[in-house]
Write a protein that binds this ligand. Structure first.
Ligand SMILES: Cc1ncc(COP(=O)(O)O)c(C=O)c1O
Length: 423
């Protein structure tokens, strides 16, 4: 009998008893085959650059969709000034950096970006990584050692969790954003060398770390904090300095991490901290020293993106206005948007994972591109679609997306009693 998408999850196939790691569990392959209709919602091919509306490749041609999956929150991916700077760097520096920064050096473009990021974050020094995930993993692994304890928010990004494992430290999770649970975790682990890990803005929930309250607890226990601002750098805070800037807690946070794939619309990551911390990570964060530096063409685009955001801060305001509008309208329809307060807006389905995939297909067929997010990425009873709003979405785009949800999602959820009735 064929298996259904919701009968299992990725959590079921982590361990395998096959003879070789190169032989994946046969049940996994059967499950993937039987549920291809559901998993085909992932990794669609886009026929055009990520934008508020896109064309997805189909078996017979292409389908126009409203794209609410892009991380390019500030719409910089094809900004003319960014493209001009990248083109010039391509002509001058070519396609790649041709070596690790430590052994082969870095370009003056890398040096300028480090200085700009130090200014944006208000820190002494910055390391630039060629991957957001790799930099987060490397920064965590570079700091945490066997015998240490990482105190990690239960919803923190997997790059941090993986990095802590690589470093050899033990992980103790605390309940998402709960100062009381953090206090309990710190009390239980007293006596160990510890560091707290949180995201600035949570990638699946769209809520901000409650930094003021979490820092009060951290400081009472004299434990430092690492904040991953992948989704918040450039988008949050009056000058784009992230959730740390939003809350005005810069001097209370030991290390600010962030990526260049989201607000910046490119690729890469950075760690910003005191000069001493950065000098240590330079040689202990392996994804810095043992890999090629970011291509100068990308670095030039990142610097230009920073310059654009200095000249056009209204792009940030437009993002927040769009986010508030979309969330408010969804909530008015009775849709559960979880704890979101930002441009990342969960559309929560709940524990009916079959419905998640069926609805994902229906929404896609009606022209709305939102991705299903299933367990174990989110809790079993909180399967959802993640919608992200960008500066470039027009009200017409958002209204069209809302209309599709009103037509096909809300009636089904209402029938299941999962939507609040209109007042
Ligand atoms: C909190 C967080 N950290 C790190 C990453 C990895 O960043 P990148 O996609 O730039 O590799 C992500 C990606 O979504 C993230 O959400």
């Amino acid at each position: 009998m064929p298996w259904t998408a919701s009968q299992f999850s990725l959590a079921d196939f982590y361990f395998s008893d096959t003879d070789s790691p190169l032989v994946p569990p046969p049940e996994y392959l059967d499950w993937r085959r039987d549920t291809a209709w559901a998993t085909s919602l992932y990794e669609p091919v886009l026929c055009d650059p990520a934008a508020p509306t896109n064309h997805l490749q189909t078996a017979t041609g292409s389908q126009r969709v409203i794209n609410m999956t892009s991380y390019g929150y500030l719409g910089l991916v094809r900004h003319p000034d960014v493209l001009a700077a990248a083109r010039e760097a391509l002509d001058t520096f070519g396609t790649g950096a041709c070596g690790s920064p430590i052994l082969s050096g870095k370009s003056i473009l890398h040096q300028r970006l480090e200085q700009q990021m130090a200014a944006l974050t208000g820190r002494d020094a910055v390391l630039i990584f060629n991957s957001g995930f790799g930099g987060a993993l490397g920064s965590a692994a570079g700091l945490m050692r066997k015998g240490d304890v990482a105190i990690v928010d239960a919803r923190a990004h997997i790059s941090l969790v993986d990095g802590i494992k690589v470093g050899g430290a033990r992980t103790v999770f605390f309940d998402h954003n709960s100062a009381a649970s953090l206090d309990e975790a710190l009390t239980k682990t007293a006596g160990s060398r510890r560091l707290i890990f949180v995201d600035g803005l949570y990638s699946m929930d769209g809520d901000m770390a409650d930094l003021p309250r979490l820092l009060d607890v951290a400081e009472a226990h004299r434990v430092g904090m690492f904040v991953d601002e992948a989704h918040s750098i450039l988008c949050c805070g009056p000058t784009g300095g992230g959730v740390i800037e939003h809350f005005g807690v810069r001097d209370r946070v030991g290390l600010q991490y962030g990526t260049f794939s989201k607000g910046f619309s490119a690729v890469g990551g950075f760690a910003a901290a005191s000069r001493d911390v950065i000098e240590y990570l330079r040689f202990y964060a392996n994804p810095y020293g043992f890999t090629c530096a970011l291509p100068p063409v990308v670095v030039a685009g990142l610097s230009a993106a920073l310059d654009v955001m200095t000249r056009e801060p209204e792009r940030r305001d437009a993002l927040w206005d769009n986010a508030a509008y979309f969330r408010r309208e969804l909530q008015a329809m009775g849709v559960d948007t979880g704890t979101s307060t930002s441009y990342i807006v969960p559309i929560v389905v709940g524990d009916d994972r079959t419905l998640l995939y069926e609805m994902g297909r229906t929404l896609r067929d009606h022209g709305l591109f939102v991705t299903p997010v299933d367990y174990p990425t989110v809790p079993l009873d909180q399967a959802r679609f993640r919608a992200s709003v960008t500066t470039l979405h027009t009200r017409a785009d958002l209204d069209a997306a809302l209309q599709i949800l009103a037509d096909v999602f809300v009636p089904v959820m209402r029938a299941k009693g999962r939507v609040r009735s209109r007042a």
